[in-house]
Design a protein around this ligand. Structure first.
Ligand code: G3D
Ligand code: MG
Length: 198
C-alpha cells in the first residue's frame, strides 16, 4: 500500500510590492521556474505564482505569490490585495534611488490592512548591475531598520542570487507568526462551551 500524500501545513499569500520595473515579476518567475526571462512586459494589474512546496521548520509550506503590477493606476487595488496576506516583499531597484524612497506609501497601507505584525521584507534587486549601483547595502539595511521592516536582502533576478534564501526567510517568519497565533488561540480557547436553557 502506498502512503497517502499529505497536503501543506500552511498556505501563505505573499504580496510583491514596489515600483514598476524593479524586478518583481522577474524575481517571482525565477523563484518558481529558475529562469530569467528578459522580455517580460510590464505586468498589468496582478499576476499569480505558486510555489508548490517548501519545507520550513518541519512544516510543509505552499506559497501563493501575488505579483502586483506597480503602475500608479492600479495602486487603488493594494488595500484590497492586502486582505488575507501573510507576508509582503517590498522590492526596490538598487540602481534607482527613487524606487526605495517610495516605500513609505506602500508599507503604510500594508501595515494598516494586513496588521502590524505581518512580516515585510525589504529587498534590493538588480545587485548584478554593480557599475550602476546607486544604493549601498548598508543604506538598505539602515532604511529597513529605521522603517520597521522585518528583514532585508539583496537579490538578482538575473543570476538568481539570494532568491531562494529570501523566500525561505520570509516563509520562516510567516511560520513563526502562525505558530504564535496558534499558541494564543489555544490559551484563549480553553473554556468549554456552555449550553443555554438546560
Ligand atoms: P516589475 O515586475 O517590477 O515591473 P520586471 O519588473 O520583472 O518586469 O523587470 C523590469 C526590467 O528589469 C526587465 O528588463 C527585467 O529583465 C529587468 N530585471 C529584473 N530583475 C533584474 C535583475 O536582477 N538584474 C537585471 N540586470 N535586470 C533585471 P526589460 O529590459 O525586459 O524591461
Ligand atoms: Mg511585473
Amino acid at each position: 500500500m502506498t502512503k497517502k500524500e499529505s497536503g501543506p501545513d500552511y498556505i501563505f499569500k505573499i504580496l510583491m510590492l514596489g515600483d514598476a520595473a524593479v524586478g518583481k515579476t522577474s524575481l517571482s518567475k525565477y523563484y518558481i521556474e529558475n529562469v530569467f526571462t528578459p522580455d517580460i512586459r510590464l505586468t498589468v494589474g496582478i499576476q499569480f505564482f505558486i510555489k508548490q512546496e517548501i519545507i520550513v521548520d518541519d512544516k510543509k509550506v505552499k506559497l501563493q505569490i501575488w505579483d502586483f503590477g506597480g503602475e500608479d493606476r492600479f495602486r487603488i487595488m493594494v488595500p484590497t490585495l492586502c486582505l488575507g496576506s501573510h507576508g509582503c516583499i517590498f522590492m526596490y531597484d538598487t540602481t534607482r534611488p527613487s524606487t526605495l524612497n517610495s516605500h513609505h506609501s506602500w508599507t503604510y497601507i500594508v501595515k494598516e490592512r494586513c496588521g502590524r505584525d505581518v512580516p515585510i521584507m525589504l529587498v534590493g534587486n538588480k545587485s548584478d548591475l554593480k557599475d550602476k549601483r546607486a544604493i549601498s547595502t548598508e543604506h538598505g539595511i539602515e532604511v529597513a531598520k529605521r522603517s520597521g521592516f522585518t528583514g532585508f536582502s539583496e537579490t538578482s533576478a538575473k543570476t538568481g542570487m539570494n532568491i531562494e534564501s529570501t523566500f525561505q526567510a520570509i516563509a520562516k517568519l510567516m511560520v513563526k507568526r502562525m505558530k504564535q497565533l496558534e499558541e494564543q488561540d489555544k490559551s484563549t480557547n480553553t473554556k468549554p462551551p456552555i449550553i443555554i436553557g438546560d
